[in-house]
Design a protein. Structure first.
Length: 604
Protein backbone atom coordinates (compact mmCIF):
# COMPACT_ATOMS: atom_id res chain seq x y z
CA UNK A 1 0.00 0.00 0.00
CA UNK A 2 1.26 3.47 -0.88
CA UNK A 3 2.41 5.86 1.85
CA UNK A 4 -0.17 8.61 2.52
CA UNK A 5 0.69 11.99 0.98
CA UNK A 6 -0.53 15.42 2.07
CA UNK A 7 -3.29 15.17 -0.54
CA UNK A 8 -4.54 11.97 1.12
CA UNK A 9 -4.65 13.58 4.57
CA UNK A 10 -6.48 16.60 3.14
CA UNK A 11 -8.98 14.38 1.37
CA UNK A 12 -9.57 12.41 4.59
CA UNK A 13 -9.98 15.71 6.46
CA UNK A 14 -12.36 16.98 3.78
CA UNK A 15 -14.61 13.97 4.36
CA UNK A 16 -14.99 14.57 8.08
CA UNK A 17 -14.50 18.30 8.61
CA UNK A 18 -17.17 20.19 10.58
CA UNK A 19 -16.41 23.42 8.66
CA UNK A 20 -19.19 23.68 6.10
CA UNK A 21 -18.31 26.96 4.38
CA UNK A 22 -14.56 27.13 4.80
CA UNK A 23 -11.85 27.33 2.11
CA UNK A 24 -11.83 23.63 1.28
CA UNK A 25 -9.61 22.28 -1.49
CA UNK A 26 -11.89 21.87 -4.49
CA UNK A 27 -12.70 18.47 -5.96
CA UNK A 28 -10.35 18.89 -8.93
CA UNK A 29 -7.39 18.94 -6.55
CA UNK A 30 -8.09 15.35 -5.53
CA UNK A 31 -6.86 13.17 -8.37
CA UNK A 32 -6.02 9.49 -8.41
CA UNK A 33 -7.49 8.84 -4.98
CA UNK A 34 -6.37 5.48 -3.59
CA UNK A 35 -9.38 4.20 -1.63
CA UNK A 36 -7.29 1.78 0.42
CA UNK A 37 -4.86 4.52 1.46
CA UNK A 38 -7.71 6.83 2.53
CA UNK A 39 -9.40 4.03 4.47
CA UNK A 40 -6.09 3.26 6.14
CA UNK A 41 -5.73 6.92 7.19
CA UNK A 42 -9.29 6.95 8.58
CA UNK A 43 -8.72 3.63 10.37
CA UNK A 44 -5.46 4.69 12.03
CA UNK A 45 -7.06 7.95 13.09
CA UNK A 46 -10.16 6.22 14.53
CA UNK A 47 -12.54 8.20 12.32
CA UNK A 48 -16.08 6.75 12.40
CA UNK A 49 -16.99 6.35 8.72
CA UNK A 50 -20.66 5.60 9.36
CA UNK A 51 -21.07 9.24 10.40
CA UNK A 52 -19.49 10.74 7.26
CA UNK A 53 -21.50 13.55 5.71
CA UNK A 54 -24.07 12.09 3.31
CA UNK A 55 -23.85 15.16 1.03
CA UNK A 56 -20.33 14.09 0.05
CA UNK A 57 -21.39 10.73 -1.40
CA UNK A 58 -22.41 12.29 -4.71
CA UNK A 59 -19.42 14.63 -4.73
CA UNK A 60 -16.86 11.83 -4.35
CA UNK A 61 -18.34 8.67 -5.94
CA UNK A 62 -14.82 7.43 -6.72
CA UNK A 63 -14.41 6.90 -2.97
CA UNK A 64 -17.87 6.08 -1.64
CA UNK A 65 -19.11 3.86 -4.50
CA UNK A 66 -16.37 1.26 -4.13
CA UNK A 67 -16.35 -2.29 -2.75
CA UNK A 68 -13.55 -1.32 -0.36
CA UNK A 69 -15.61 1.44 1.26
CA UNK A 70 -18.74 -0.75 1.36
CA UNK A 71 -16.86 -3.56 3.14
CA UNK A 72 -15.37 -1.14 5.67
CA UNK A 73 -18.76 0.48 6.24
CA UNK A 74 -20.38 -2.92 6.90
CA UNK A 75 -17.70 -3.88 9.44
CA UNK A 76 -18.00 -0.58 11.27
CA UNK A 77 -21.78 -0.62 11.28
CA UNK A 78 -21.66 -4.11 12.83
CA UNK A 79 -19.31 -2.81 15.56
CA UNK A 80 -21.47 0.26 16.10
CA UNK A 81 -24.67 -1.77 16.50
CA UNK A 82 -23.12 -4.33 18.83
CA UNK A 83 -21.27 -1.83 21.03
CA UNK A 84 -24.21 0.54 21.19
CA UNK A 85 -26.63 -2.28 22.12
CA UNK A 86 -24.26 -3.38 24.89
CA UNK A 87 -24.06 0.16 26.22
CA UNK A 88 -27.88 0.45 26.18
CA UNK A 89 -28.06 -2.53 28.60
CA UNK A 90 -25.42 -1.07 30.90
CA UNK A 91 -26.88 2.45 30.87
CA UNK A 92 -30.39 1.18 31.65
CA UNK A 93 -29.07 -0.75 34.65
CA UNK A 94 -27.14 2.30 35.80
CA UNK A 95 -30.19 4.55 35.55
CA UNK A 96 -32.38 2.08 37.47
CA UNK A 97 -29.79 2.16 40.25
CA UNK A 98 -29.64 5.96 40.25
CA UNK A 99 -26.21 6.11 38.61
CA UNK A 100 -25.59 9.03 36.25
CA UNK A 101 -22.94 8.45 33.58
CA UNK A 102 -21.04 10.53 31.06
CA UNK A 103 -19.16 9.41 27.93
CA UNK A 104 -16.22 11.73 28.40
CA UNK A 105 -14.65 11.30 24.95
CA UNK A 106 -17.85 11.89 23.01
CA UNK A 107 -19.05 15.22 21.66
CA UNK A 108 -22.48 13.86 20.72
CA UNK A 109 -22.33 10.59 18.80
CA UNK A 110 -21.73 7.15 20.27
CA UNK A 111 -17.90 6.65 20.28
CA UNK A 112 -17.74 3.11 18.89
CA UNK A 113 -14.26 3.62 17.41
CA UNK A 114 -12.62 4.22 20.76
CA UNK A 115 -10.48 1.35 22.06
CA UNK A 116 -12.71 1.39 25.14
CA UNK A 117 -15.79 3.25 26.29
CA UNK A 118 -14.64 5.88 28.79
CA UNK A 119 -17.52 6.28 31.25
CA UNK A 120 -17.45 8.79 34.08
CA UNK A 121 -19.54 8.07 37.17
CA UNK A 122 -19.62 9.76 40.55
CA UNK A 123 -17.12 8.47 43.08
CA UNK A 124 -19.86 7.54 45.53
CA UNK A 125 -21.41 5.19 42.92
CA UNK A 126 -18.24 3.36 41.83
CA UNK A 127 -18.81 0.15 43.85
CA UNK A 128 -22.42 -0.23 42.73
CA UNK A 129 -21.49 0.49 39.09
CA UNK A 130 -18.76 -2.16 39.22
CA UNK A 131 -21.19 -4.66 40.74
CA UNK A 132 -23.71 -4.00 37.94
CA UNK A 133 -21.08 -4.62 35.28
CA UNK A 134 -20.10 -7.89 36.93
CA UNK A 135 -23.78 -8.91 37.10
CA UNK A 136 -23.96 -8.32 33.33
CA UNK A 137 -21.04 -10.70 32.74
CA UNK A 138 -18.18 -8.21 32.63
CA UNK A 139 -14.78 -9.19 33.99
CA UNK A 140 -12.82 -6.58 35.94
CA UNK A 141 -9.20 -6.59 34.71
CA UNK A 142 -7.24 -5.78 37.85
CA UNK A 143 -3.90 -5.91 36.02
CA UNK A 144 -4.68 -2.81 33.92
CA UNK A 145 -6.15 -0.65 36.65
CA UNK A 146 -4.99 2.94 36.85
CA UNK A 147 -5.62 5.65 39.43
CA UNK A 148 -9.32 6.56 39.61
CA UNK A 149 -10.43 4.06 36.95
CA UNK A 150 -10.99 0.36 36.35
CA UNK A 151 -11.35 -1.65 33.14
CA UNK A 152 -14.16 -4.12 32.47
CA UNK A 153 -14.45 -6.48 29.48
CA UNK A 154 -17.23 -8.72 28.31
CA UNK A 155 -16.90 -11.54 25.79
CA UNK A 156 -19.08 -13.09 23.12
CA UNK A 157 -18.38 -15.82 20.56
CA UNK A 158 -14.89 -16.25 21.93
CA UNK A 159 -14.09 -12.57 21.31
CA UNK A 160 -14.04 -9.44 23.41
CA UNK A 161 -17.02 -7.15 22.79
CA UNK A 162 -17.58 -3.93 24.73
CA UNK A 163 -14.74 -2.63 26.93
CA UNK A 164 -15.84 -0.20 29.64
CA UNK A 165 -13.28 2.03 31.33
CA UNK A 166 -15.06 3.16 34.48
CA UNK A 167 -13.73 6.53 35.70
CA UNK A 168 -14.54 8.34 38.92
CA UNK A 169 -12.30 11.24 37.89
CA UNK A 170 -11.06 12.65 34.60
CA UNK A 171 -7.54 11.45 35.25
CA UNK A 172 -4.54 10.00 33.50
CA UNK A 173 -2.38 9.01 36.46
CA UNK A 174 -3.56 12.22 38.16
CA UNK A 175 -6.63 14.45 37.89
CA UNK A 176 -7.10 17.04 35.13
CA UNK A 177 -10.51 18.46 36.04
CA UNK A 178 -12.92 19.33 38.80
CA UNK A 179 -15.68 16.70 38.75
CA UNK A 180 -18.21 18.91 40.56
CA UNK A 181 -18.00 21.39 37.71
CA UNK A 182 -18.30 18.59 35.16
CA UNK A 183 -21.48 17.19 36.69
CA UNK A 184 -23.00 20.64 37.01
CA UNK A 185 -22.50 21.34 33.29
CA UNK A 186 -22.98 17.98 31.52
CA UNK A 187 -25.72 17.59 28.90
CA UNK A 188 -27.73 15.04 26.90
CA UNK A 189 -26.71 14.59 23.28
CA UNK A 190 -29.05 15.78 20.54
CA UNK A 191 -27.49 13.22 18.15
CA UNK A 192 -28.07 10.07 20.23
CA UNK A 193 -30.40 9.80 23.22
CA UNK A 194 -28.22 7.18 24.96
CA UNK A 195 -25.20 9.51 25.03
CA UNK A 196 -24.56 11.99 27.84
CA UNK A 197 -21.55 14.24 27.29
CA UNK A 198 -19.54 16.94 29.02
CA UNK A 199 -20.19 20.56 28.03
CA UNK A 200 -18.33 21.90 24.98
CA UNK A 201 -15.72 23.63 27.13
CA UNK A 202 -15.21 20.52 29.25
CA UNK A 203 -14.97 18.34 26.12
CA UNK A 204 -12.19 20.57 24.72
CA UNK A 205 -10.34 20.30 28.03
CA UNK A 206 -10.77 16.52 28.29
CA UNK A 207 -9.91 15.73 24.65
CA UNK A 208 -6.82 17.98 24.71
CA UNK A 209 -5.58 16.52 28.01
CA UNK A 210 -6.11 12.96 26.74
CA UNK A 211 -4.31 13.23 23.43
CA UNK A 212 -1.51 15.41 24.82
CA UNK A 213 -0.70 13.70 28.14
CA UNK A 214 -1.99 10.16 27.62
CA UNK A 215 -1.71 9.30 23.91
CA UNK A 216 0.98 11.88 23.06
CA UNK A 217 -0.42 12.00 19.55
CA UNK A 218 -3.32 13.86 17.98
CA UNK A 219 -5.53 11.86 15.64
CA UNK A 220 -7.87 13.15 12.97
CA UNK A 221 -10.76 12.07 15.20
CA UNK A 222 -9.42 14.34 17.97
CA UNK A 223 -9.13 17.23 15.50
CA UNK A 224 -12.73 16.74 14.39
CA UNK A 225 -14.14 16.40 17.92
CA UNK A 226 -12.39 19.51 19.18
CA UNK A 227 -13.24 21.43 15.99
CA UNK A 228 -16.90 20.45 16.41
CA UNK A 229 -16.89 22.02 19.89
CA UNK A 230 -15.15 25.14 18.59
CA UNK A 231 -17.75 25.53 15.83
CA UNK A 232 -20.86 25.70 17.99
CA UNK A 233 -20.93 29.32 19.07
CA UNK A 234 -19.12 31.31 21.74
CA UNK A 235 -17.01 29.51 24.29
CA UNK A 236 -16.21 30.36 27.90
CA UNK A 237 -12.45 30.64 27.48
CA UNK A 238 -12.02 32.07 30.99
CA UNK A 239 -13.57 28.91 32.42
CA UNK A 240 -11.26 26.58 30.45
CA UNK A 241 -8.16 28.63 31.35
CA UNK A 242 -9.17 28.62 35.02
CA UNK A 243 -9.69 24.83 35.15
CA UNK A 244 -6.41 24.02 33.33
CA UNK A 245 -4.52 26.59 35.40
CA UNK A 246 -5.85 25.31 38.72
CA UNK A 247 -4.88 21.75 37.81
CA UNK A 248 -1.39 22.80 36.68
CA UNK A 249 -1.58 22.04 32.96
CA UNK A 250 -2.26 25.42 31.35
CA UNK A 251 0.99 25.18 29.37
CA UNK A 252 -0.06 21.77 28.05
CA UNK A 253 -3.53 23.14 27.22
CA UNK A 254 -2.08 26.03 25.20
CA UNK A 255 0.54 23.80 23.57
CA UNK A 256 -2.15 21.26 22.59
CA UNK A 257 -4.47 23.89 21.08
CA UNK A 258 -1.59 25.43 19.09
CA UNK A 259 -0.88 22.02 17.56
CA UNK A 260 -4.62 21.54 16.94
CA UNK A 261 -4.66 24.88 15.12
CA UNK A 262 -1.54 23.99 13.11
CA UNK A 263 -3.07 20.73 11.87
CA UNK A 264 -6.39 22.47 11.05
CA UNK A 265 -4.57 25.05 8.90
CA UNK A 266 -2.74 22.33 6.99
CA UNK A 267 -5.90 20.34 6.39
CA UNK A 268 -8.45 23.07 5.79
CA UNK A 269 -6.50 26.25 5.16
CA UNK A 270 -7.86 27.92 8.30
CA UNK A 271 -8.06 27.52 12.05
CA UNK A 272 -11.21 27.73 14.14
CA UNK A 273 -9.37 29.50 16.95
CA UNK A 274 -8.98 33.24 16.44
CA UNK A 275 -5.46 34.38 15.49
CA UNK A 276 -5.24 36.90 18.36
CA UNK A 277 -6.06 34.16 20.85
CA UNK A 278 -3.43 31.87 19.35
CA UNK A 279 -0.83 34.63 19.67
CA UNK A 280 -1.74 35.13 23.33
CA UNK A 281 -1.40 31.39 23.96
CA UNK A 282 1.98 31.25 22.25
CA UNK A 283 3.36 34.29 24.10
CA UNK A 284 2.28 32.76 27.44
CA UNK A 285 4.43 29.67 26.87
CA UNK A 286 8.03 29.36 28.07
CA UNK A 287 10.67 30.18 25.46
CA UNK A 288 11.83 26.58 25.10
CA UNK A 289 8.31 25.46 24.14
CA UNK A 290 7.97 28.29 21.60
CA UNK A 291 11.32 27.29 20.14
CA UNK A 292 10.17 23.67 19.97
CA UNK A 293 6.96 24.70 18.17
CA UNK A 294 8.87 26.75 15.57
CA UNK A 295 11.65 24.23 14.91
CA UNK A 296 10.00 20.86 15.47
CA UNK A 297 6.29 21.36 14.79
CA UNK A 298 5.64 24.22 12.38
CA UNK A 299 8.57 23.22 10.15
CA UNK A 300 7.54 19.60 9.55
CA UNK A 301 5.09 17.99 7.15
CA UNK A 302 1.80 16.77 8.51
CA UNK A 303 1.25 13.06 9.06
CA UNK A 304 -1.75 11.83 10.98
CA UNK A 305 -1.73 10.76 13.74
CA UNK A 306 0.62 13.67 14.55
CA UNK A 307 2.98 12.36 17.24
CA UNK A 308 4.86 14.11 19.99
CA UNK A 309 8.06 12.69 21.50
CA UNK A 310 7.08 10.63 24.53
CA UNK A 311 9.81 12.16 26.63
CA UNK A 312 8.27 15.62 25.98
CA UNK A 313 4.81 14.49 27.08
CA UNK A 314 6.25 12.72 30.11
CA UNK A 315 8.26 15.81 31.12
CA UNK A 316 5.23 18.12 30.85
CA UNK A 317 3.19 15.62 32.86
CA UNK A 318 5.72 15.97 35.70
CA UNK A 319 5.50 19.77 35.36
CA UNK A 320 1.70 19.57 35.53
CA UNK A 321 1.93 17.52 38.74
CA UNK A 322 4.23 20.04 40.39
CA UNK A 323 2.04 23.02 39.41
CA UNK A 324 -1.30 21.47 40.46
CA UNK A 325 -2.80 23.87 43.01
CA UNK A 326 -5.23 21.32 44.44
CA UNK A 327 -2.75 18.77 45.83
CA UNK A 328 -0.47 18.58 48.86
CA UNK A 329 3.32 18.17 48.53
CA UNK A 330 3.04 14.56 49.73
CA UNK A 331 0.47 13.78 47.06
CA UNK A 332 2.59 15.46 44.37
CA UNK A 333 5.50 13.14 45.22
CA UNK A 334 3.21 10.11 45.25
CA UNK A 335 1.64 11.02 41.91
CA UNK A 336 5.04 11.56 40.31
CA UNK A 337 6.01 8.05 41.39
CA UNK A 338 2.79 6.68 39.91
CA UNK A 339 3.36 8.51 36.61
CA UNK A 340 6.62 6.60 36.31
CA UNK A 341 4.96 3.28 37.26
CA UNK A 342 4.79 0.83 34.36
CA UNK A 343 7.44 2.81 32.49
CA UNK A 344 10.01 3.08 35.27
CA UNK A 345 12.62 4.40 32.95
CA UNK A 346 12.10 5.71 29.44
CA UNK A 347 15.03 4.58 27.34
CA UNK A 348 16.14 5.78 23.92
CA UNK A 349 14.03 8.95 24.08
CA UNK A 350 10.78 7.22 24.80
CA UNK A 351 11.04 4.40 22.26
CA UNK A 352 11.44 1.62 24.79
CA UNK A 353 9.61 1.15 28.07
CA UNK A 354 10.53 -1.16 30.91
CA UNK A 355 7.34 -2.93 31.97
CA UNK A 356 7.28 -3.95 35.62
CA UNK A 357 3.55 -4.70 35.87
CA UNK A 358 2.75 -7.44 38.38
CA UNK A 359 0.55 -10.44 37.68
CA UNK A 360 -0.04 -13.78 39.44
CA UNK A 361 0.80 -17.06 37.72
CA UNK A 362 -1.88 -19.50 36.59
CA UNK A 363 -1.81 -22.96 35.02
CA UNK A 364 -4.65 -23.98 32.68
CA UNK A 365 -4.74 -27.56 31.41
CA UNK A 366 -6.82 -28.60 28.38
CA UNK A 367 -6.94 -32.36 27.80
CA UNK A 368 -8.83 -34.70 25.51
CA UNK A 369 -8.59 -37.16 22.67
CA UNK A 370 -7.06 -35.88 19.42
CA UNK A 371 -9.69 -33.94 17.45
CA UNK A 372 -11.65 -32.81 20.53
CA UNK A 373 -10.64 -29.16 20.05
CA UNK A 374 -7.79 -28.67 22.54
CA UNK A 375 -5.63 -26.59 20.20
CA UNK A 376 -8.59 -24.49 19.01
CA UNK A 377 -9.65 -23.53 22.54
CA UNK A 378 -6.04 -22.94 23.61
CA UNK A 379 -5.67 -20.47 20.71
CA UNK A 380 -8.91 -18.66 21.68
CA UNK A 381 -7.74 -18.36 25.28
CA UNK A 382 -4.36 -17.08 24.09
CA UNK A 383 -6.04 -14.27 22.12
CA UNK A 384 -8.18 -13.33 25.12
CA UNK A 385 -5.15 -13.21 27.42
CA UNK A 386 -3.43 -10.90 24.92
CA UNK A 387 -6.47 -8.60 24.99
CA UNK A 388 -6.31 -8.62 28.79
CA UNK A 389 -2.62 -7.65 28.59
CA UNK A 390 -1.52 -10.74 30.49
CA UNK A 391 1.82 -12.43 29.85
CA UNK A 392 1.26 -16.01 28.77
CA UNK A 393 2.83 -19.18 27.38
CA UNK A 394 1.20 -21.97 25.36
CA UNK A 395 2.73 -25.42 25.88
CA UNK A 396 2.20 -28.58 23.83
CA UNK A 397 3.66 -31.89 24.98
CA UNK A 398 3.23 -35.58 24.26
CA UNK A 399 4.87 -38.48 25.98
CA UNK A 400 7.57 -40.10 23.83
CA UNK A 401 7.77 -37.20 21.36
CA UNK A 402 10.81 -35.25 22.60
CA UNK A 403 14.44 -35.43 21.49
CA UNK A 404 15.27 -36.71 24.96
CA UNK A 405 13.99 -40.18 23.99
CA UNK A 406 15.35 -40.43 20.44
CA UNK A 407 18.46 -42.53 21.28
CA UNK A 408 16.38 -44.90 23.45
CA UNK A 409 13.68 -45.07 20.78
CA UNK A 410 16.22 -46.15 18.18
CA UNK A 411 17.56 -48.83 20.54
CA UNK A 412 14.01 -50.08 21.12
CA UNK A 413 13.44 -50.27 17.35
CA UNK A 414 16.60 -52.33 16.86
CA UNK A 415 15.63 -54.64 19.73
CA UNK A 416 12.13 -55.10 18.28
CA UNK A 417 13.46 -55.77 14.75
CA UNK A 418 15.92 -58.39 15.96
CA UNK A 419 13.19 -60.04 17.99
CA UNK A 420 10.77 -60.17 15.05
CA UNK A 421 13.41 -61.30 12.57
CA UNK A 422 13.69 -58.04 10.63
CA UNK A 423 17.33 -57.57 11.57
CA UNK A 424 18.57 -54.01 11.16
CA UNK A 425 16.00 -53.16 8.53
CA UNK A 426 14.78 -49.56 8.79
CA UNK A 427 11.38 -49.23 10.45
CA UNK A 428 8.43 -47.91 8.49
CA UNK A 429 6.10 -45.25 9.81
CA UNK A 430 3.27 -47.78 9.92
CA UNK A 431 0.99 -46.94 12.84
CA UNK A 432 0.27 -50.58 13.69
CA UNK A 433 3.98 -51.45 13.82
CA UNK A 434 4.67 -48.43 16.05
CA UNK A 435 1.90 -49.49 18.44
CA UNK A 436 3.17 -53.07 18.43
CA UNK A 437 6.75 -51.98 19.23
CA UNK A 438 5.59 -49.84 22.15
CA UNK A 439 3.38 -52.56 23.64
CA UNK A 440 6.07 -55.19 23.18
CA UNK A 441 8.51 -53.04 25.13
CA UNK A 442 6.10 -51.96 27.88
CA UNK A 443 3.46 -54.69 27.89
CA UNK A 444 5.30 -57.28 29.97
CA UNK A 445 6.64 -57.15 33.49
CA UNK A 446 10.37 -56.95 32.93
CA UNK A 447 13.47 -54.89 33.51
CA UNK A 448 12.94 -53.16 30.14
CA UNK A 449 9.40 -52.23 31.13
CA UNK A 450 10.54 -50.65 34.40
CA UNK A 451 13.39 -48.88 32.60
CA UNK A 452 11.02 -47.63 29.89
CA UNK A 453 8.53 -46.30 32.47
CA UNK A 454 11.29 -44.38 34.23
CA UNK A 455 12.55 -42.93 30.93
CA UNK A 456 9.06 -41.71 30.02
CA UNK A 457 8.66 -40.26 33.50
CA UNK A 458 11.97 -38.41 33.26
CA UNK A 459 11.06 -37.12 29.81
CA UNK A 460 7.76 -35.61 30.95
CA UNK A 461 9.12 -34.16 34.20
CA UNK A 462 11.96 -32.58 32.22
CA UNK A 463 9.46 -30.98 29.81
CA UNK A 464 7.13 -29.83 32.57
CA UNK A 465 10.03 -28.30 34.49
CA UNK A 466 11.19 -26.07 31.65
CA UNK A 467 7.99 -25.55 29.67
CA UNK A 468 5.55 -25.18 32.58
CA UNK A 469 7.22 -24.65 35.96
CA UNK A 470 9.73 -22.04 34.73
CA UNK A 471 7.09 -19.78 33.07
CA UNK A 472 4.97 -20.09 36.23
CA UNK A 473 7.94 -18.86 38.27
CA UNK A 474 8.09 -15.93 35.82
CA UNK A 475 4.46 -15.16 36.77
CA UNK A 476 2.98 -16.07 33.41
CA UNK A 477 -0.34 -17.67 32.58
CA UNK A 478 0.49 -21.09 31.13
CA UNK A 479 -1.99 -22.85 28.83
CA UNK A 480 -1.18 -26.54 28.39
CA UNK A 481 -2.54 -28.06 25.19
CA UNK A 482 -2.18 -31.64 26.61
CA UNK A 483 -0.93 -32.14 30.14
CA UNK A 484 -0.38 -34.86 32.75
CA UNK A 485 -3.87 -36.31 32.20
CA UNK A 486 -3.15 -36.89 28.50
CA UNK A 487 0.18 -38.45 29.46
CA UNK A 488 -1.59 -40.88 31.80
CA UNK A 489 -4.05 -41.79 29.03
CA UNK A 490 -1.21 -42.33 26.54
CA UNK A 491 0.85 -44.64 28.73
CA UNK A 492 -2.25 -46.74 29.35
CA UNK A 493 -3.61 -46.90 25.79
CA UNK A 494 -0.52 -46.47 23.60
CA UNK A 495 2.17 -48.07 25.75
CA UNK A 496 0.09 -50.82 27.33
CA UNK A 497 1.02 -49.96 30.94
CA UNK A 498 -1.75 -51.14 33.22
CA UNK A 499 -2.61 -48.31 35.66
CA UNK A 500 -3.28 -50.90 38.37
CA UNK A 501 0.15 -52.56 38.06
CA UNK A 502 3.14 -51.48 40.11
CA UNK A 503 4.71 -49.57 37.19
CA UNK A 504 1.48 -47.78 36.30
CA UNK A 505 0.79 -46.72 39.89
CA UNK A 506 4.40 -45.59 40.31
CA UNK A 507 4.27 -43.49 37.13
CA UNK A 508 1.00 -41.85 38.09
CA UNK A 509 2.01 -41.14 41.68
CA UNK A 510 5.37 -39.55 40.83
CA UNK A 511 4.09 -37.57 37.82
CA UNK A 512 1.13 -36.03 39.66
CA UNK A 513 3.25 -35.31 42.75
CA UNK A 514 6.11 -33.52 40.94
CA UNK A 515 4.39 -31.80 38.01
CA UNK A 516 2.87 -28.33 38.71
CA UNK A 517 -0.77 -28.54 39.80
CA UNK A 518 -3.28 -26.92 37.40
CA UNK A 519 -5.41 -24.07 38.71
CA UNK A 520 -8.16 -25.14 36.34
CA UNK A 521 -8.27 -28.29 34.20
CA UNK A 522 -10.64 -29.28 31.39
CA UNK A 523 -11.11 -32.54 29.55
CA UNK A 524 -12.90 -32.31 26.20
CA UNK A 525 -15.03 -35.18 24.92
CA UNK A 526 -16.37 -36.12 21.49
CA UNK A 527 -17.74 -39.45 20.16
CA UNK A 528 -14.99 -41.71 18.84
CA UNK A 529 -16.29 -41.63 15.27
CA UNK A 530 -16.30 -37.83 15.35
CA UNK A 531 -12.70 -37.89 16.60
CA UNK A 532 -11.69 -40.17 13.73
CA UNK A 533 -13.51 -37.96 11.21
CA UNK A 534 -11.92 -34.74 12.50
CA UNK A 535 -8.43 -36.20 12.49
CA UNK A 536 -9.04 -37.99 9.14
CA UNK A 537 -7.63 -41.09 10.80
CA UNK A 538 -7.76 -44.69 9.65
CA UNK A 539 -10.74 -46.63 10.97
CA UNK A 540 -8.27 -49.32 12.10
CA UNK A 541 -7.48 -47.19 15.16
CA UNK A 542 -11.15 -47.05 16.16
CA UNK A 543 -10.59 -49.38 19.12
CA UNK A 544 -7.64 -47.30 20.31
CA UNK A 545 -9.77 -44.12 20.23
CA UNK A 546 -12.57 -45.87 22.13
CA UNK A 547 -10.07 -47.03 24.72
CA UNK A 548 -8.67 -43.51 25.04
CA UNK A 549 -12.10 -41.93 25.50
CA UNK A 550 -13.06 -44.39 28.25
CA UNK A 551 -9.68 -43.85 29.96
CA UNK A 552 -10.18 -40.07 29.83
CA UNK A 553 -13.53 -40.54 31.56
CA UNK A 554 -11.93 -42.57 34.36
CA UNK A 555 -9.17 -40.00 34.82
CA UNK A 556 -11.61 -37.06 34.66
CA UNK A 557 -13.60 -38.61 37.49
CA UNK A 558 -10.52 -39.47 39.52
CA UNK A 559 -9.06 -35.96 39.29
CA UNK A 560 -12.37 -34.02 39.33
CA UNK A 561 -11.64 -32.41 35.97
CA UNK A 562 -14.18 -30.13 34.31
CA UNK A 563 -15.76 -32.23 31.57
CA UNK A 564 -17.01 -30.59 28.36
CA UNK A 565 -18.76 -32.27 25.43
CA UNK A 566 -17.52 -30.31 22.40
CA UNK A 567 -19.94 -32.01 20.01
CA UNK A 568 -23.10 -31.44 22.04
CA UNK A 569 -25.84 -28.83 21.79
CA UNK A 570 -23.51 -26.02 22.81
CA UNK A 571 -21.51 -24.62 19.93
CA UNK A 572 -17.79 -23.76 20.05
CA UNK A 573 -18.48 -20.08 20.77
CA UNK A 574 -20.75 -20.89 23.75
CA UNK A 575 -18.14 -23.26 25.14
CA UNK A 576 -15.39 -20.69 24.60
CA UNK A 577 -17.46 -18.01 26.37
CA UNK A 578 -17.99 -20.26 29.40
CA UNK A 579 -14.31 -21.19 29.57
CA UNK A 580 -13.19 -17.55 29.24
CA UNK A 581 -15.55 -16.35 31.96
CA UNK A 582 -14.67 -19.23 34.29
CA UNK A 583 -10.91 -18.86 33.82
CA UNK A 584 -10.77 -15.06 34.10
CA UNK A 585 -13.10 -15.00 37.11
CA UNK A 586 -10.93 -17.53 38.91
CA UNK A 587 -7.74 -15.78 37.82
CA UNK A 588 -8.73 -12.33 39.07
CA UNK A 589 -9.92 -13.82 42.37
CA UNK A 590 -6.22 -14.51 42.99
CA UNK A 591 -5.34 -10.85 42.52
CA UNK A 592 -4.03 -9.22 45.71
CA UNK A 593 -5.50 -5.93 46.95
CA UNK A 594 -8.35 -5.87 44.46
CA UNK A 595 -9.74 -2.38 43.79
CA UNK A 596 -6.77 -0.86 45.61
CA UNK A 597 -6.54 2.04 43.18
CA UNK A 598 -10.23 2.80 43.45
CA UNK A 599 -10.67 2.35 47.19
CA UNK A 600 -7.39 3.13 48.85
CA UNK A 601 -5.03 5.12 46.66
CA UNK A 602 -4.92 8.87 46.10
CA UNK A 603 -6.66 9.99 49.25
CA UNK A 604 -3.55 11.60 50.74
Amino acid sequence: MATPQMQDYRFAGRLVTPIKNGPFPIKSQFEDIDVNVILSVLRRNKVPIISLDGDLWEQFPEFFNTPEFSNEYEKEYYLFENFRNEWVKVREKFLKSGIESMLIKSTGSFPYKSSNLDVLIKQSKRERAGAILRELGYIQLHNVEEPYKTLFRTFSQGKSTLVVHLHNKVAWMNSFHDEELLWARYCHSAEDHIVDTPSREDSILILTAHWFYEDKEIKLSDIINISTCLMKGELDWAYMIAVAGKRGWLEGFYFGLLIQSFVEKNLYGKSLIESYRLEKMKSALPRWIRTYLNKKVYSQRIALPFKLPKILGKSLHFVKTLKDKTTTPAKKIYEMIVIAHGSLFVVLFGKLKVNIRYQPAMLIAISGVDGSGKTTYAAILSEILDLCELRKRIVWSRVGSSNFLKPFSKMAQIFYNLKTGKGLKKNSDNLEESEARRKDLFGKSSVTKLLGVHLLLLEMLWQYSFKVALPLLQKKVVICDRYIYDTLVDITTRYGINPNDFEGKLFRKILTALAPKPDIAYVLFIPHREAIRREKADLRISQLVKHQISTYREIAGGFNLIQINTSGKKGPTDIANEMIYEILTKYYEKWPNKNSYVKDKFRI
